[in-house]
Write a protein that binds this ligand. Structure first.
Ligand SMILES: C[S@@+](CC[C@H](N)C(=O)[O-])C[C@H]1O[C@@H](n2cnc3c(N)ncnc32)[C@H](O)[C@@H]1O
Length: 291
């Protein structure tokens, strides 16, 4: 007997259901934990502005190196005047998140930041770890499954001349040292064992961990199974599926592995207000768990 049912059918039905719920404002926009407000300006962070002026030969060489590493997976990082890792300076994603995450870490670490080590768990291009190093962390390590991503991170490190940041190609589940702060960014919704990943995040950090992830709005503690067949640059890659948490599941999971207190990072009110289509709609969250 052959089954006519495919995972894509579930996706289609779920997406239709989501669309109708959103249209009728039936999904509650919940906030159940304290908020940490941090500055999220509209302009690129200081690190992206630190090497703006280079001569024409340097620019040609840098552009060639950036192009040799395409695709950059939609991440737009400004390296110098006229040299971007994508088309157009997309302030919505990389810039917004760099401010949100690095400012939260800096604010919480306070004066101790100069003694802190930071791990960026699935760093891709490595920019966020580089910015933490630039902003004053003692040292940062970025790791990623894919060699191609580590090459991008090395290029940024060399260009921005950040001595206290390093990168290695490694599966996060193989990490066996501890860091003061662990960044788990854009990874949870790409894995097939969310508990294992968040427990690893807990075990790997000494002070606190930042978990930044897509969160579904359904008011239940559940993981939504999605296919990642067309997203092989970001996915964990072991299977063709990944599990995306609801907001409730994210909080439950972080408590379940042992985090004592949780806060959600949000932009402090500013003029003009920085915007991001997913965080603004509560479809993506940045949660900090303290040990
Ligand atoms: C959506 S990207 C997030 C990149 C970056 N952390 C950010 O938030 O912008 C997901 C990244 O996770 C990496 N990745 C997936 N599974 C991994 C694993 N088990 N160990 C290390 N990296 C992993 C992918 O190669 C990809 O670079």
């Amino acid at each position: 007997m052959t089954s006519r049912f495919e995972l894509e059918d579930s996706h289609k039905r779920y997406d239709e259901w989501l669309h109708s719920q959103r249209k009728n404002e039936l999904l509650p926009k919940e906030r159940l934990i304290p908020l940490l407000e941090v500055p999220v300006p509209n302009e690129p962070p200081a690190l992206m502005q630190s090497k703006m002026h280079i001569n024409e030969d340097q620019k040609k060489d840098l552009l060639a190196r950036v192009q040799a590493l395409i695709p950059w997976g939609g991440y737009v990082i400004q390296l110098a005047d006229g040299v971007l890792t994508g088309s157009g300076l997309n302030s919505e994603h990389t810039i917004y998140r760099a401010h949100l995450i690095c400012n939260a870490v800096k604010q919480l670490a306070g004066k101790s930041f100069a003694d802190y080590s930071v791990l960026d768990m699935a760093c891709n291009h490595g920019y966020i770890g580089l910015q933490c190093a630039f902003d004053g962390a003692k040292e940062t390590l970025g790791c990623d499954l894919r060699k191609a991503n580590i090459k991008k991170a090395q290029l940024l490190k060399e260009h921005f001349e950040i001595e206290n940041a390093s990168f290695k190609c490694e599966d996060v589940y193989q990490l066996d040292t501890q860091f003061d702060v662990v960044l788990n960014l854009g990874l949870l919704y790409h894995v097939t064992d969310p508990y294992l990943l968040i427990a690893k995040t807990y075990d790997t950090c000494r002070q606190f961990a930042v978990v930044d992830t897509i969160t579904h709005l359904a008011p239940v503690s559940a993981f939504i199974q999605r296919t990642n067949k067309n997203n092989q640059h970001h996915a964990e890659g072991r299977y063709n599926v990944e599990y995306q948490p609801t907001y409730h599941a994210l909080l439950d999971l972080m408590h379940a592995v042992g985090f004592k207190d949780l806060v959600e990072v949000v932009p402090a009110p500013s003029t003009p207000a920085a915007t991001h289509p997913l965080y603004d709609a509560y479809q993506r969250r940045c949660i900090i768990g303290f040990k």
